[in-house]
Design a protein around this ligand. Structure first.
Ligand code: TXA
Ligand code: MG
Length: 320
């Protein structure tokens, strides 16, 4: 899949002028802006309504360009990058002074990733510099996995490079190497802890389990990745009772649903990769219907489902 060069050139012109360009990655669509321009990054925060305490990921073309934005590049970063980039892992390392403070929300670490998508790589190559690209949704909402989703998030318009539906469907795994001897996963994602352990030689910590302390990654906070409708996790044995007094939309796992009286139903595959790929589109569809509540069948509590359980937990968390 590649984009006509005229489209990429238009996108680069927009970025050079300090504007925003939404582009596909293998995980979700990102809302891109020049990472080295404070004003351009401010535009991203404004468009998303993102709190300034929530830092943004910097996307680069290759490992060399990542290293150039780091004040130090630990061996573990090199190992993860060599094994997994381009790909859905984001590595947090001490930032160089080239990175504006707004990008890291004033913090000492910068989050870096090389996305595995031909359009994203074409854009990064043609632009030449690093691009911040948080997910292309308004803050707190479900990440977009199609160009149509992005359009619906920003009705007043944003330039979108359309790459069709994203392959992975949920966000990258964010790993902090601020302590180079002890990797910590700040946000579970497409790459599982087992794969990270194989590369690192030890199982990384998981934020929340491993280290109490100040919030290091607000994407780990409650109520995020959330549809407009409330989301409830409930097994099949509860559906009939729920549907008897509310208009429910159901997100089922694997098996078809019959005779519950739901307003709408989506069934996702019972394998984690297939489920992740369809999750956000399904949540958006169910959110558009007549239902008052989205009922989600809980996936198994096992490691391959960890990132999905994390997102569903945040989608169903009480709202502020
Ligand atoms: O898959 C992805 O990572 C997508 C695509 C577009 O690349 N991007 C994405 O960005 O999900 P965003 O901004 O929606 O989520 C970034 C996550 C948040 O949890 C944020 O708090 C964390 O990464 N993060 C970003 N910079 C950080 C930093 N310097 N230190 C710690 N956490 C950081
Ligand atoms: Mg996001």
């Amino acid at each position: 899949m590649s984009t006509p060069s005229a489209t990429i050139h238009a996108a680069v012109r927009t970025l050079r002028a300090g504007g925003l360009v939404a582009f596909p990655t293998e995980t979700v669509y990102g809302l891109g802006a020049d990472a080295l321009s404070q004003a351009a990054v401010e535009g991203v925060f404004r468009a998303k309504g993102r709190p300034s305490i929530n830092p943004v990921i910097v996307h680069v073309r290759d490992v060399e360009r990542a290293r150039a934005l780091a004040a130090s590049w630990p061996e573990a970063a090199e190992a993860l990058a060599r094994a997994l980039w381009p790909g859905p892992v984001t590595i947090v390392v001490p930032k160089s002074c080239a990175v504006p403070g707004i990008v890291t929300a004033g913090g000492p670490g910068v989050a870096l990733r090389v996305p595995a998508h031909p359009i994203a790589l074409d854009l990064l190559g043609a632009f030449g510099g690093p691009l911040v690209a948080p997910s292309a949704n308004r803050s707190g909402r479900v990440s977009p996995t199609t160009a149509e989703h992005v359009r619906s998030e920003f009705p007043s318009g944003v330039l979108i490079l359309d790459g069709g539906p994203c392959q992975a469907g949920i966000e990258s795994t964010v790993v902090s190497l601020m302590d180079p001897a002890r990797a910590v996963v700040l946000r579970p994602g497409v790459i599982g802890l087992g794969s990270l352990a194989e590369i690192l030689g030890y199982e990384p910590g998981l934020r929340g389990e491993a280290s109490p302390g100040p919030v290091m990654s607000p994407g780990m906070l409650a109520s995020h990745y959330a549809p407009e409708r409330p989301v409830v996790l409930a097994g099949r044995d509860q559906w009939r009772a729920l549907a008897s007094h509310r208009r429910v939309a159901i997100l089922a796992l694997g098996d078809p649903v019959e005779g519950i009286g739901a307003v709408s139903v989506r069934v996702l595959p019972a394998d984690p990769a297939g489920y992740a790929r369809g999750l956000y589109a399904a949540l958006r569809e169910l959110d558009e219907g007549e239902a008052g509540v989205i009922v989600v069948e809980p996936p198994p509590e096992s490691p391959p489902w960890r990132a999905i359980l994390d997102r569903l937990g945040r989608a169903s968390a009480p709202r502020e």
